[in-house]
Write a protein that binds this ligand. Structure first.
Ligand code: ATP
Length: 404
């Protein structure tokens, strides 16, 4: 990701690290791993495979039985643990906030600890509150007066307060409902794009791992590293049967997230504005005054010449925006009542629609060669395609003239 700031510190190296608990449990077994700086590495694997133990060895909440851990080449035991932890933010499930401190008080904890003035610490806390997407007035509340998702955002803000190069996150979003969870994941992606920290994230959810991780470390029970690679590498070429089973039966579908849909042909689509009279037949795409899609209307079930009202609309499915993947394109096509997926530009205006056949072709292409580009260079030149495009363009012209 080119927009990320570079020159970061925070490469974390595990050298043959093992952890055996006093009761004999071997939680981590000979883990060797280089976690790159400025990127998100997700430790993912089934319950009990040693993810949390591995994470907590980085900030010395747990000491290895064997091996060593280095940060930027320096053994983490070469300085006192409290000093080490100043450079490492830590976020856990249920946020772990101090219940008797306000939100701002919670976020300002570490800045105050490292000697920042009260005033500067409060200013920093307010800035972070905004950064994690929370309204300033929430600063005065106590954690119990916040939703689970809001508490988790405060947890992230608190971990970022001392601007540590490293952020450790242990199942931070697993206690919230799926909608909030998606919002928090999106927020983390946005924040990470701005901040470029070395993030080590623990989850047992492969979907979350694929969404958030630049690298995945797949761990197997017994504390063994089964595979380390980018999400695309892991989904496309699982190292062994365990990884193949863990990444799951949907992995072919998930792998489409890494194939760009930018080369997919976008066909002109006639549109009709909300509130304007309807003409034509079949499914018609309804837009608002800014040309953003609002839904579909079936002209065969609508009195001709009558204006299209909000209540006539069948809401469209997901949209494909620039930079989207073949997975998004496929979902856009499958979730649209017309079967045609809507593509929008960066401003959210309708660009046209995707044909399911094209999207399936791209999916097949991505699965077999990993690239869709060549296919569509070829395909866009075929005579039928050209004829279809022209006809659709004429249809679009006619409709927009009639419709206004
Ligand atoms: N303090 C402890 N004493 C003994 N065994 C422990 C201790 N902490 C963890 N374990 C064991 O070590 C193994 C790894 O635990 P760990 O919490 O690191 O796994 P995990 O992958 O994070 O699991 P989960 O996804 O369920 O949180 C498990 O078998 C666990 O029971």
């Amino acid at each position: 990701m080119s927009a990320r700031p570079r020159n970061l510190a925070g490469v974390i190296t595990f050298e043959q690290v093992s952890k055996r608990y006093p009761d004999g449990t071997l939680a981590v077994d000979g883990l060797s791993l280089e976690i790159p700086d400025g990127a998100t590495t997700v430790l993912v694997g089934p319950s009990g495979c040693g993810k949390t133990t591995s994470l907590r060895m980085i900030n010395r909440m747990i000491d290895p039985s064997h091996g060593r851990i280095l940060i930027d080449g320096k053994d983490i035991t070469s300085e006192p643990a409290p000093l080490l932890r100043r450079g490492i933010g830590y976020v856990i499930q249920n946020a772990g906030l101090f219940p008797n401190r306000t939100v701002l008080g919670n976020i300002a904890t570490v800045p105050l600890l490292v000697g920042m003035s009260k005033r500067a610490a409060r200013a920093r806390a307010s800035e972070l509150l905004e950064r994690v997407g929370l309204a300033p007035e929430l600063g005065k509340r106590y954690p119990a007066q916040l939703s689970g998702g809001q508490q988790q955002r405060v947890g992230v803000a608190r971990a970022l307060a001392a601007d540590p190069p490293i952020l450790l996150m242990d199942e931070p979003f697993s206690a919230v409902d799926p909608v909030v969870r998606t919002e928090l994941q999106d927020e983390l992606l946005r924040l990470q794009h701005e901040l470029g920290k070395t993030v080590v994230f623990v989850t047992h959810d492969i979907d979350e791992a694929v969404k958030l991780g630049d690298r995945l470390a797949i761990m197997a029970v017994g504390g063994r590293l089964a595979q380390f690679g980018t999400p695309a590498e892991v989904l496309e070429a699982p190292a062994d049967d365990f990884v193949a089973a863990f990444v799951g039966r949907d992995r072919g579908y998930r792998a489409l997230s890494f194939a760009s849909a930018d080369a997919l042909p976008v066909h002109p689509e006639p549109t009709v504005k909300l509130g304007e009279p309807l003409r034509g037949n079949g499914w018609l795409l309804v837009v608002d005054d800014t040309d953003a899609p609002r839904g579909w209307v079936n002209a065969d079930e609508h009195p001709a010449g009558q204006p299209v009202r909000q209540q006539d609309l069948r809401l469209g499915g997901t949209l494909l925006a620039p930079g989207g993947s073949v997975r998004t394109a496929l979902d856009a096509a499958l979730s649209s009542p017309s079967g045609r997926g809507v593509a929008v530009d960066a401003a959210g205006k309708v660009r046209g629609t995707l044909r399911p056949g094209d999207v399936f072709g791209a999916a097949e292409r991505a699965a077999t060669s990993g690239s869709t580009e060549a296919y569509y260079d070829e395909k866009q030149l075929t005579a039928t395609e050209h004829a279809e495009l022209t006809a659709a363009e004429q249809g679009a012209d006619r409709l927009s003239k009639d419709g206004r």
